[in-house]
Design a protein around this ligand. Structure first.
Ligand SMILES: Nc1ncnc2c1ncn2[C@@H]1O[C@H](COP(=O)(O)OP(=O)(O)OP(=O)(O)O)[C@@H](O)[C@H]1O
Length: 575
């Protein structure tokens, strides 16, 4: 929890102001028993009723002032804590954006969402309410102790007797509730993850009639959540009866010991009544302690989860002295590149070199490692061995941002965001004009479709682009990359969802736009393979063939079989 302090620092003056208000509130809370003591010891014996008016009015005034200060303090606390949490949420989202693919491969998105949204909210509740209540209650206890000591050290001593019981109870309680709250937060993450994923895949669930199975699984997760919540509530329920018993015991003790002190003349009757008023005043802080401890434990677990996320370091970072990548002038190569997501190797000793301006087609059976290979070029992952070189410089010597700016990748499964067609095409090129966007859409054979829409480029495409067909989504993803005018273009089966005619048109546009630029294409279509300068045939993560279409067709049985099986030969005039 202490690691939150840097987030609080910019608001230290506001917290100071809140602290002053809390001190005043605590002081005002503890003043009325003084007036009661004064009335009994000093005013009653004289029978002067005007004084009683003053004292009664004084108590009313103190309550009014306390109310005013409490209102100001609460508004201020909420304001400042919301701002602190705003910063933490921004920092978390920024940090998530920096983390590498390998982190997301092993982390559930729902759990991350619960850290960014719900854990931060728990922290806010603690800062705005819990922390300040702890301070107020602590100050009230302190003022009471000081008041009692001023009346009589005997009463101060009696008050101190209560402390060990309180500390013991607080310790036991905290020790027990903490694991329960940790389990709740973990289950919240899992439940969020489950719900998010199942809703995203609702079509598949319905298609396979899997609703009942999914509902059962949800119930299981939900059952666990319920169980942990009930467990935490059972532990929490212990506090209230305990505090009742403690207060009753304490009131009895004060009456007994205080009565003896009064009868033996050690304290006045007024101070005993004042003391009893303080015991009554203790009611709220002691009852609240259980709730505050729960809140503290929840916030501490939330803070731990937030810091755990902030402590994650990206596996891919800019190396010291990294230069921006601007142009490919000589060559692109891989030398002995190997890679594994976990234990199983995916790429093994991949070595090839192409000249700047050439087109390399990457072909191979499903799961051979084609996508992985191009992802390494963009530093989504780091090779476990070997080097990737651009103009004979290892890619680690270029900044990650410049590589991703200059190497355009059209992914196999493009992701579209909820927004308009224009927003999605201009993603990554916010300064693009409408004319630039239209030009990119034209090159991706998307312009005529968009123009026919009533809202044109301002048409919303829905969450994940649900209102577009697979082919339209793919062309949009292509337009988005073309708009950035990349130095190297990587296409991962970019036209798999479009018809032959559109494919031919798109590839023609790409070729003319990228004339003189380097192109890497994962493709199965014959026309693309024939026009490539080189073809790399990948099998089980190894290069088993590297050459032109003609060379491979004559020398590589695997490639020939691949071309024959693709069925393209008949449609495109044979090998
Ligand atoms: N994020 C990941 N984590 C773990 N394993 C992965 C991951 N992505 C891919 N793999 C595995 O790596 C291997 C290569 O996958 P890759 O996507 O590179 O193949 P591909 O040749 O592009 O296949 P396809 O033609 O079907 O798209 C596969 O066995 C796949 O299961």
């Amino acid at each position: 929890m202490l690691r939150l302090l840097p987030f609080l620092k910019p608001y230290r003056w506001w917290f100071m102001l809140v602290g002053i208000l809390l001190m005043l509130i605590a002081l005002l809370t503890t003043l009325p028993p003084w007036l009661i003591q004064y009335a009994i010891d000093e005013v009653f014996p004289t029978g002067d009723t005007t004084w009683l008016l003053w004292l009664g009015g004084g108590i009313l005034l103190l309550s009014l002032m306390e109310g005013l200060f409490s209102f100001t303090q609460q508004v201020l606390s909420e304001w400042v804590s919301q701002r602190v949490i705003f910063q933490i949420r921004n920092q978390l989202f920024h940090h998530l954006n920096q983390l590498s693919f390998s982190f997301f491969d092993r982390t559930q998105v729902g759990d991350l969402i619960s850290r960014v949204v719900s854990d931060t909210d728990t922290l806010k509740r603690f800062i705005a309410f819990g922390l300040l209540k702890v301070v107020t209650n602590g100050l009230v206890l302190l003022w009471i102790f000081v008041s009692l000591m001023m009346w009589s050290p005997w009463m101060g001593f009696l008050f101190l007797l209560m402390i060990p019981f309180m500390v013991h109870a607080m310790w036991t309680y905290s020790f027990r509730v903490r694991p329960a709250f940790r389990r709740i937060r973990q289950t919240t993450g899992r439940l969020t993850s489950f719900t998010r994923e199942r809703l995203a895949g609702i079509e598949v669930i319905k298609l396979f009639g899997n609703e009942t199975h999914e509902e059962n699984q949800f119930q299981q997760e939900n059952q666990e959540y319920l169980q942990y919540q009930v467990e935490a509530a059972r532990l929490g329920a212990f506090w209230l009866p305990y505090s009742e018993v403690l207060l009753g015991f304490f009131a009895g003790l004060v009456l007994l010991a205080g009565g003896w002190l009064v009868t033996t003349g050690r304290i006045t009757a007024g101070s005993l009544v004042g003391f009893m008023a303080y015991v009554n005043l203790l009611n709220r802080p002691i009852r609240q302690t259980g709730f505050l401890l729960s809140l503290f434990q929840q916030a501490d677990t939330a803070a731990e989860r937030i810091h755990h996320l902030l402590d994650q370091e990206s596996a891919i970072q800019n190396h010291p002295g990294a230069q921006p990548f601007t142009r490919l002038t000589d060559s692109l190569s891989m030398q002995g590149v190997s890679f594994a997501y976990d234990a199983q190797p995916v790429l093994q000793h991949v070595t090839f070199k192409i000249k700047a301006g050439e087109t390399l087609a990457i072909v191979g059976p499903s799961g051979a490692g084609k996508t992985t290979l191009v992802h390494l070029l963009l530093r989504f992952y780091a090779p476990s061995a070997g080097e990737i070189l651009l103009d004979d410089r290892p890619i680690e010597r270029y900044t990650v941002e410049s590589l991703r700016e200059k190497i355009g990748l059209v992914m196999q499964h493009p992701f579209l965001f909820d927004g308009t067609l224009r927003d999605n095409i201009a993603l990554g090129t916010p300064d693009a004009t409408l004319a630039d966007i239209q030009q990119a859409a034209r090159l991706a054979s998307l312009d005529s479709f968009i123009k026919a829409l009533p809202q044109g480029y301002d048409t919303p495409i829905g969450e994940r682009g649900v209102r577009l067909s697979g082919g339209q989504a793919q062309r949009l993803a292509l337009a988005r990359v073309l708009l950035r005018q990349p130095e190297i273009l990587v296409l991962d089966e970019p036209t798999a969802s479009v018809d032959h005619l559109t494919d031919a048109h798109i590839m023609e546009s790409v070729s003319s736009l990228m004339a003189g630029k380097t192109l890497l294409v994962i493709a199965h279509r014959l026309a693309t393979l024939r026009s490539a300068h080189r073809i790399l045939f990948l099998e089980d993560g190894r290069i088993t063939g590297l050459g032109t279409h003609h060379e491979l067709v004559t020398s590589h049985a695997g490639y020939r079989g691949f071309i024959e099986a693709s069925g393209d030969i008949a449609g495109r005039g044979g090998v």
